[in-house]
Design a protein around this ligand. Structure first.
Ligand SMILES: Nc1ncnc2c1ncn2[C@@H]1O[C@H](COP(=O)(O)OP(=O)(O)OP(=O)(O)O)[C@@H](O)[C@H]1O
Ligand SMILES: [Mg+2]
Length: 238
C-alpha cells in the first residue's frame, strides 16, 4: 500500500508546491536510509496542478531524491491507483489553488473538466490531507472552505500547518492564526515553517531542502521541513 498525502488549499501561493517537494525530499531521505543504497526511491510526488510549478522546479534539479510525475490529461484511472504504486511507500500530491468552491451542479464546487476530475480522483484515494496556511487573515476563509467543502464531506483526515511565518514580523499574527485554527477545531501541526529566503530561491536554483548548504540559516530553514516531516509521520492516520 502507498500512503497518499495530498497538499491542498484553495488559496493560491500558500506553499503547497514548496511543501510537496520538500516533504517528499525529506521523507525520501528518511525512508531510503533503511534501504539498499542502490534501491529506487520509495517516495513519489505527483502534481495535478496544470500550471505545474513542481515540475518547473524539478526540471532544474540535477538529481531528485524522489520520483516526480506531472499529471496532465492522463487517464484518471492512473490517479485512482495512487494508493497502490509498486515499490512506493508514500506519495505527495501537489494540487492547484484558486478553484471556485461555490455551489454548482457538481455538488462540491469543483466544477467539471480535467482538473476537477483529477482532484476528485486524488481525494478519493487520499489517506491524509495537509493544508498549509499563512499567518494572514486573507487566508482564513479559503482554508475554511477547502476543509468544509472538500475534506469534511469525504471524511478525509487532515492537518493544517502554518507556513511562511516571518519571525521579524513578531508573534501577533502567528497567535491570531493559531487562535483562529483552534476556534475552528482543526488539527494543527506544531511545527511552523518559517519564512526563509532560501526556500523562495530554491526552486530557481534547482535544489530541494535536503540539498541546502551547511550555513546556519540554510540549516535552520531546512530544519522546519525535517521537523514537519517527523511530526507528520509520527502519527499514523487511517
Ligand atoms: N517558508 C517559506 N519561506 C519562503 N518562501 C516561501 C515559503 N513557502 C513558500 N514560499 C514561496 O512562496 C511562493 C508560493 O509558494 P508555492 O508556489 O509553494 O505556493 P502554492 O500554494 O503552491 O501556490 P499555487 O496555489 O500558485 O500553486 C513561492 O515563491 C515559494 O518559493
Ligand atoms: Mg503550487
Amino acid at each position: 500500500m502507498t500512503r497518499v498525502v495530498t497538499v491542498l488549499n484553495q488559496k493560491g501561493g500558500v506553499g503547497k508546491s514548496t511543501a510537496t517537494i520538500n516533504l517528499a525530499a525529506v521523507r525520501a531521505e528518511m525512508l531510503s536510509a533503511e534501504l539498499d543504497p542502490d534501491a529506487i526511491s520509495p517516495v513519489a510526488a505527483v502534481s495535478i496542478d496544470p500550471q505545474g510549478s513542481a515540475k518547473w522546479w524539478a526540471d532544474r534539479v540535477d538529481s531528485l531524491p524522489f520520483h516526480l510525475v506531472q499529471a496532465h490529461d492522463d487517464p484518471l484511472e492512473w490517479l485512482r491507483q495512487l494508493g497502490n504504486l509498486p515499490g512506493i511507500a508514500e506519495v505527495y500530491v501537489d494540487t492547484a489553488g484558486w478553484f471556485d468552491l461555490d455551489p454548482d451542479a457538481s455538488g462540491d464546487g469543483l466544477g467539471d473538466g480535467y482538473s476537477a476530475e483529477a482532484l476528485r480522483a486524488v481525494l478519493d484515494v487520499t489517506n491524509e490531507a495537509l493544508v498549509p496556511m499563512l499567518t494572514a487573515p486573507m487566508c482564513f476563509d479559503p482554508s475554511a472552505r477547502t476543509i468544509r467543502k472538500l475534506l469534511d464531506p469525504r471524511q478525509i483526515p487532515y492537518r493544517v500547518f502554518i507556513n511562511d511565518w516571518d519571525t521579524r514580523d513578531g508573534e501577533y499574527w502567528l497567535t491570531e492564526t493559531r487562535n483562529f485554527i483552534k476556534a475552528q477545531g482543526w488539527p494543527l501541526a506544531e511545527t511552523v515553517v518559517r519564512h526563509y529566503k532560501i526556500h523562495t530561491n530554491a526552486s530557481n536554483e534547482g535544489i530541494v531542502v535536503t540539498q541546502y548548504g551547511k550555513g546556519r540559516s540554510a540549516a535552520n530553514a531546512a530544519s522546519d521541513y525535517y521537523r514537519l516531516a517527523e511530526e507528520l509521520s509520527a502519527v499514523g492516520v487511517r
